[in-house]
Design a protein around this ligand. Structure first.
Ligand code: NAP
Length: 488
């Protein structure tokens, strides 16, 4: 695939108050392709002063934007949805080039990501309030919902489009202005998203984007500005916790989509082929670099051998390569750090006694490739039993009873997604109720859906994105008391 014509058309500056511009001092940083380490292009490296310009633009646009008719906001989202679809091939190619996932998966993310715009275009015109009276009958109580105000949005590299649209969609629908900091590894997809929104008619200053080689340099001035009323962050728990502490200083509303370490339970009555298919999807999608990835696969003893053998056959047969090549099923990891982390977790488990059914090592040569891996006989002291594995590694642990399965599944500080393979209805629902996670996939390896509330419990986060409640994160409730002239 020839990327040159797409790259040539890319805007790569800062997007502030409706204009693309250079960073202060003309500073730039490189964006690289993880499949071969080559430089795709250079982008603006924003400074503290650039960050302040962006949040000032968001502040200045807020009142006018909040007053825009809901139908107008909805139409902008709907037009942007169409534009993303029209440009799906180009966006997916750029996404694969900067992030590594196979092209078909990048196209899938464009469809999934665009759907948040369609979903929230429909929600924008359905923001309702309430009208009631006080218990003593003396007051009318008018309850309305208003945009929370300027928002800080921070997105990770693993789903560069969808993590943006999942925040920008409801913010636009609610009438909030925004400053966005995309991950420095994958900014190009966000630039294409900005162009679609601009062409769809988004007014100047509503969305401002600053990229930087230092997240802190941009985000700290935003947090301390006293202008932002909300932060929505998707990324690691460690960074999320720090941002929550900073948000406390100005009592900012927070949405936190943080780390996950999803358990996948295969019970002895499961349809094993369905469970293998589900595990493949839940583990290997996005090169294993997903917050919803099944990182802890627990299988009941009577079916463990059959499940492990079938999963290892399927994972061992996956074609690894540059995501832009047609038959690639697993692309490179996003960078050298990520590759080293995955290799270290696997090496430590193997040194401690784990058995490698397939894969188990880095693939030598250019790019950050790790062989799709299945491990069994994993000892209790293996770090990958507790740490989030961001890579194509499926560790299998066996259990005897349902209670033991629940104890293993819940034995983590995380609680984002979980997966359960079981055919008995009562047993399935009973187990699903006992798993501590925001989302449960029952006989499926995919939980993400724009119409569903996405989010976690415990240290996986606060708040929900998408679904009918997704817009609430960007709204505040206001009530006006109106005395009744003829009250008794
Ligand atoms: P990360 O290091 O926390 O980075 C996420 C974003 O935060 C990036 O834009 C990053 O900028 C920025 N950032 C880093 N340090 C910061 C700081 N001190 N202040 C403000 N912003 C800062 O996470 P990641 O490695 O990119 O993403 C992987 C993690 O995200 C995993 O734990 C995964 O589970 C989680 N995740 C969760 C969800 C969910 O919905 N729950 C979805 C996807 C991913 P730079 O790029 O410049 O470092």
């Amino acid at each position: 695939m020839d990327l040159a014509p797409i790259i040539e058309k890319l805007n790569t500056g800062l997007f502030i108050n409706g204009q693309w511009r250079d960073a202060e001092g003309g500073r730039t940083l490189e964006v690289r392709n993880p499949a071969n380490g080559s430089v795709i292009t250079t982008i603006a490296d924003g400074s503290e002063a650039d960050a302040l310009d962006a949040i000032h633009a968001a502040r200045d646009a807020q009142a006018g934007w909040a007053a825009t008719p809901p139908r107008e906001r909805a139409e902008i989202l709907r037009r942007a949805f169409d534009l993303l679809h029209e440009r799906a091939d180009d966006i997916a190619a750029i996404m694969t080039a900067e992030m590594g996932k196979p092209f078909a998966e990048s196209k899938g993310e464009v469809t999934y990501g665009a759907e948040f715009f369609r979903w929230f275009s429909e929600e924008a015109v359905r923001i309702s309030g309430d009208f009631t009276q006080s218990t003593d009958g003396k007051n009318r109580l008018m309850i309305s919902r208003e945009p929370v105000g300027p928002c800080i949005l921070i997105t990770p590299w693993n789903f560069p489009l969808a993590m943006g649209t999942r925040k920008i969609g409801p913010a636009i629908a609610a009438g909030c202005t925004m400053v966005l900091k995309p991950a420095q590894l994958t900014p190009l997809t966000s630039f294409m998203l900005v162009d679609a929104l601009r062409e769809a008619g988004l007014p100047d200053g509503v969305l401002n984007v600053v990229t930087s080689s230092s997240a802190r340099r941009v985000v700290t001035p935003w947090m301390e500005s006293g202008i932002a009323r909300k932060i929505s962050f998707t990324g690691s728990t460690e960074v999320g916790v720090n941002l929550m502490k900073q948000a406390a200083d100005t009592v900012m509303k927070t949405s936190m989509e943080l780390g996950g370490n999803a358990p996948l339970l295969v019970m002895d009555d499961a349809d094993i082929d369905v469970a293998v298919e589900g595990a493949l999807l839940a583990k290997m999608r996005n090169n294993g670099e997903a917050c919803t990835a099944a990182n802890r696969i627990y299988v009941q003893k009577p079916v463990a051998e059959e499940f492990s053998k079938k999963l290892a056959e399927r994972i061992g047969a996956m074609k690894v390569g540059d995501g832009l090549l047609e038959d690639t099923q697993v692309g490179p990891l996003v960078d050298q750090d990520q590759l080293d982390k995955v290799a270290e977790l696997v090496d430590q488990a193997v040194d401690a006694g784990a058995t490698v059914l397939t894969g188990g090592k880095k693939i030598e040569g250019d790019g950050y490739f790790f062989a799709p891996t299945v491990l069994t006989d994993i000892p209790e002291n293996a770090t990958l039993r507790v740490e989030e594995i961001f890579g194509p590694v499926a560790p299998i642990v066996t259990f005897e009873t349902d209670d033991e399965a629940i104890e293993l599944a819940n034995g983590t500080e995380y609680g984002l997604a979980s997966y359960l393979f079981c055919t008995d209805l009562q047993r399935s629902l009973g187990l699903a109720e006992r798993i501590e996670s925001g989302m449960v996939g029952l006989n499926t390896g995919l939980v993400s859906n724009p119409a569903a509330p996405f989010g976690g419990v415990k240290q996986s986060g606060l708040g929900r994105e998408g679904g009918s409640t997704g817009i609430d994160e960007y709204l505040e409730t206001k009530y006006v008391a109106v005395p009744r002239a003829n009250a008794q």
